[in-house]
Ligand binder design. Structure first.
Ligand code: G16
Ligand code: MG
Length: 219
């Protein structure tokens, strides 16, 4: 039996990737580094600190910044990002997601959130869907970013389910790798994802009939 469905946040529930990008682009620009959307794709599912490290590396100036300077840059980015979250409403939920969460609740299938974003609880509240999640893994207690399976295992732990009996949904390669690494069944949303158990082009294809057919097929 399917014991739980565990969701990524950014790119699956709502599109915060663009807001992360705008905030990082501004901070990077201030220190003379130019990043584009293609580079930003490599930051999906990657923690704030590790994202900054990759940006500095990309700009060839990793050695030039001390830890206190990095902390200041990361918190400046977060300030810009958090300000931009005020534009989120129920309309910002990606197509089909609200319906799927309601259907899973009706079927009494627990739902989990596996986001490495420290802002995840705020975002779910802004979208008005916080109460549709049975358990949200605490990003503040995670020491390894995706593709490490830690955040997904924390979600399974909190739900009291075994990873092998769960479906995980992700839009980033690091996330698909994290799901696969803990033995969960992976569904990938979007183009260019490798090793997903099922690949869909958009969240509106994430219906209960689709999930249950995938689950049956995986058994
Ligand atoms: C998200 C984003 C990442 C972001 C990370 C940390 O991960 O995809 O780009 O760097 O959260 O976010 P914050 O700075 O808000 O703590 P996920 O796991 O939701 O895809
Ligand atoms: Mg994502």
């Amino acid at each position: 039996k399917l014991e739980a469905v565990i969701f990524d946040l950014d790119g699956v529930i709502t599109d915060t990737a663009h807001l992360h990008f705008q905030a990082w682009r501004q901070v990077a620009c201030e220190i003379g580094i130019e990043i584009d959307e293609t580079f930003n794709n490599t930051l999906k599912g990657i923690s704030r600190g590790e994202s900054l490290r990759r940006i500095l590396h990309f700009g060839g100036c990793e050695a030039a910044f001390t830890q206190p300077q990095r902390d200041a840059l990361a918190s400046r980015k977060n300030g810009i990002y958090v300000d931009s979250l005020s534009q989120l409403t129920a309309q910002s939920i990606l197509p089909g997601i609200h319906e799927l969460l309601l259907e899973l609740r009706e079927r009494q299938i627990p739902t989990g959130l596996a986001s490495v974003s420290l802002n995840a609880p705020t975002i779910l509240n802004m979208l008005g869907i916080a109460e549709l999640f049975t358990f949200c893994a605490d990003a503040g207690r995670i020491t390894h970013s995706k593709p490490d399976p830690e955040i997904f295992l924390a979600a399974c732990d909190g739900l009291g389910v075994s990873a092998q009996r769960c479906i995980g949904i992700e839009d980033a390669q690091a996330g698909i790798d994290a799901i696969n690494a803990c033995g969960m069944h992976s569904i990938g949303i979007g183009a260019g994802l490798q090793h997903a158990g099922l690949r869909l082009t958009s969240t509106d294809q994430l219906t209960w009939p689709c999930l249950s057919a995938f689950w049956q097929h995986a058994q």
